[in-house]
Design a protein around this ligand. Structure first.
Ligand code: CMC
Length: 431
C-alpha cells in the first residue's frame, strides 16, 4: 500500500493531529489511525467496521457501487464462465493464473488429499443423526488438528502449505460425510478419477447398492457455485478466521471458527433461510404480504437473499447464478419450478419498490443459489455446508497472506466502556 501525499487532520478541542493517509491500488484512500491512541489518547469507534479497514490484502477487491468483484484483478463473471474452481483456488492462493503444468500438479495434489483419516468416521458417529451438517462440520474441522498435527505449526511455511492443501481437498469429503451421516447412509469414499465437483456430487448422492453416473451439466453447475463463493474479502467469517489466527492458533481451529461464523442467517446461513422463505411464500400472489412485512419496522422479518453491506448495486455473483438457475432447471426439465417463479417475481417486485430502491437493496449471492442446489437434490440443510466448503480456499488464502506478513500483530480491538466504574464489593447479606 503506497503512502498518500494527502494527510488528514483531526481536531480535538484545542489540539490538532495530522494523520497519515494511504492509497490502495483500487478503492477509497484510508486514514491511518494506528498511532492515534499513542498521540491523542483517544480511540475511534466503529461497531460493525462500517468505515474501518482491518488489514492490507492483495487477494480480492469489491467495488460495491459498480457491483464488481475481482479476484487478483480478474472479474468473477469471467472466472465463472472461463475458469473452474481449482484454477480459482490456485489463483487465490498463489496470486496468478497457473500454467497447465502448474495446474495439473495442483489438481493432482488436491485429488490425492481428499480422503480423511479413517478414524474420523468414528468421530462422525459420535454426533446425533439429526444434527445440522454445519454443526458437524464445525466440530469435525476443528478436530482435524487432532488428526493432522503434523501440519499445525504455523511458523513453518511447508506445514502451512500442507494444511492448506488438506483443507481444500478434505472439505468436500467432510461436507458429504456430514450429509450421509444425517440421512443414515454409508459414507462414500472419494475417487481420484473424478474432478473436484463431480467427486463431491458422487460422495453426496452415490450409494453402494448401485452405480452412480455424475451428470456433467450438474457437475459444471456445482463447480460454478463453488467458484462464485470462493472468496469475498473481509466478510464476517473471513475476519473471524483472521482474528482467530492472529493469536497463532492452528489453521484447522481457525477455519472451524470461520465455519461457525458463516452459519449465521445474516451471512452464509442466508441461502437456507432464503429457500425456506421462498417455500413459505409459496405462490406469487402472497409476495405483496411478504414485501410489506420486510418493510415493516415492527416486524423482524427481512427479505432473505436481499441486501449487502458492500454491494449497493447488483451482486455480480447473483447475476451469474440467476442465469445458471435458468439453465440448470431447464436441463433438468423443471423450469416450471414454482420457487423459481416466486423468486423472479419477488426480485422484480422488490427492485421496483421505493423502499428497496432507496436503501439500495439488491439480490445477493444467496438469492438464486438455493434454487439450483434444491434442483440438484440437496436438502436446505446442505446449502450452508456447500458455501463453507467453497469459501475454505478464501479463508485459507487470507490466513496464508496474514501469517506470512512480518508485521503480523494479534488482533485486539478496544472498546467504548459504558459499564459501572470502580465500586466496593457488597457482602451477600447486605445486598
Ligand atoms: N430486507 C428488508 N430490509 C433490509 C434488508 C432486507 N433483506 N437488508 C437491509 N434492510 C434495511 C435495514 O432494515 C436497514 O433499514 P434502516 O436504514 O431503515 O434501519 C437498511 O436496509 C440497511 O440495512 P443494515 O442491516 O443496516 O445493513 P447491513 O450492511 O448491516 O446488513 C445484511 C447487510 C446482508 C446483513 C442485510 O442486508 C440482511 O440482513 N440481509 C438479509 C440476509 C442476507 O441475505 N444475507 C446474505 C448476505 S450475502 C452472503 C454473505 O455475506 O454470506
Amino acid at each position: 500500500m503506497a503512502d498518500s501525499p494527502k494527510t488528514a487532520t483531526l481536531t480535538i478541542g484545542e489540539n490538532s493531529y495530522e494523520l497519515p493517509m494511504k492509497s490502495p491500488s483500487a478503492g477509497p484512500d484510508v486514514v491511518d489511525i494506528s498511532k492515534l491512541y499513542g498521540s491523542a489518547g483517544v480511540f475511534t469507534h466503529d461497531p460493525g467496521f462500517t468505515s474501518t479497514s482491518s488489514c492490507e490484502s492483495t487477494i480480492t477487491y469489491i467495488d460495491g457501487v459498480k457491483g464488481e468483484l475481482l479476484h487478483r484483478g480478474y472479474p468473477i463473471d469471467q472466472l465463472a464462465e472461463k475458469s473452474h474452481y481449482l484454477e480459482v483456488c490456485f489463483l487465490l492462493l498463489y496470486g496468478y493464473l497457473p500454467s497447465s503444468v502448474e495446474l495439473e500438479k495442483f489438481e493432482t495434489t488436491i485429488t490425492h488429499h481428499t480422503m480423511v483419516h479413517e478414524q474420523m468416521g468414528n468421530f462422525f458417529r459420535g454426533f446425533r443423526r439429526d444434527a445440522h451438517p454445519m454443526a458437524i462440520m464445525t466440530g469435525v474441522v476443528g478436530a482435524m488438528s487432532a488428526f493432522y498435527h503434523d501440519s499445525t505449526d504455523v511458523n513453518d511455511p511447508r506445514q502451512r502449505e500442507i494444511a492448506s492443501h488438506r483443507l481444500i481437498a478434505k472439505m468436500p469429503t467432510i461436507a458429504a460425510m456430514a450429509y450421509k451421516y444425517t440421512i443414515g447412509q454409508p459414507f462414500v469414499y472419494p475417487r481420484n478419477d473424478l474432478d473436484y465437483a463431480s467427486n463431491f456430487l458422487r460422495m453426496c448422492f452415490a450409494v453402494p447398492a448401485e452405480d452412480y453416473e455424475v451428470n456433467p451439466i450438474l457437475s459444471r453447475a456445482m463447480d460454478r457455485i463453488f467458484t462464485l463463493h470462493a472468496d469475498h474479502e473481509q466478510n464476517a467469517s473471513t475476519s473471524t478466521v483472521r482474528l482467530a489466527s492472529s493469536s497463532g492458533a492452528n489453521p484447522f481451529a481457525c477455519i472451524a471458527a470461520g465455519i461457525a461464523c458463516l452459519w449465521g442467517p445474516a451471512h452464509g446461513g442466508a441461502n437456507q433461510a432464503c429457500l425456506e422463505m421462498l417455500r413459505e411464500i409459496g405462490t406469487v400472489d402472497r409476495i405483496p404480504e411478504f414485501i410489506a412485512r420486510a418493510k415493516d419496522k415492527n416486524d423482524p422479518f427481512r427479505l432473505m437473499g436481499f441486501g449487502h453491506r458492500v454491494y449497493k448495486n447488483t451482486d455480480p455473483r447473483a447475476t451469474v447464478l440467476k442465469k445458471s438457475a435458468d439453465e440448470v432447471l431447464e436441463l433438468l426439465g423443471v423450469d416450471d419450478n414454482p420457487l423459481l417463479q416466486v423468486a423472479k417475481e419477488l426480485e422484480q417486485t422488490a427492485l421496483n419498490d421505493p423502499y428497496f430502491v432507496e436503501k439500495k437493496l439488491f439480490p445477493n449471492v444467496d438469492f438464486y443459489s438455493g434454487i439450483i442446489l434444491e434442483a440438484m437434490g440437496f436438502p436446505t440443510s446442505m446449502f450452508t455446508p456447500i458455501f463453507a466448503l467453497s469459501r475454505t480456499v478464501g479463508w485459507i488464502s487470507q490466513w496464508k497472506e496474514m501469517i506470512s506478513d512480518p508485521a503480523l500483530k494479534i488482533g485486539r480491538p478496544r472498546q467504548l466502556y459504558t459499564g459501572e466504574t470502580l465500586r466496593d464489593y457488597v457482602e451477600i447479606e447486605n445486598r
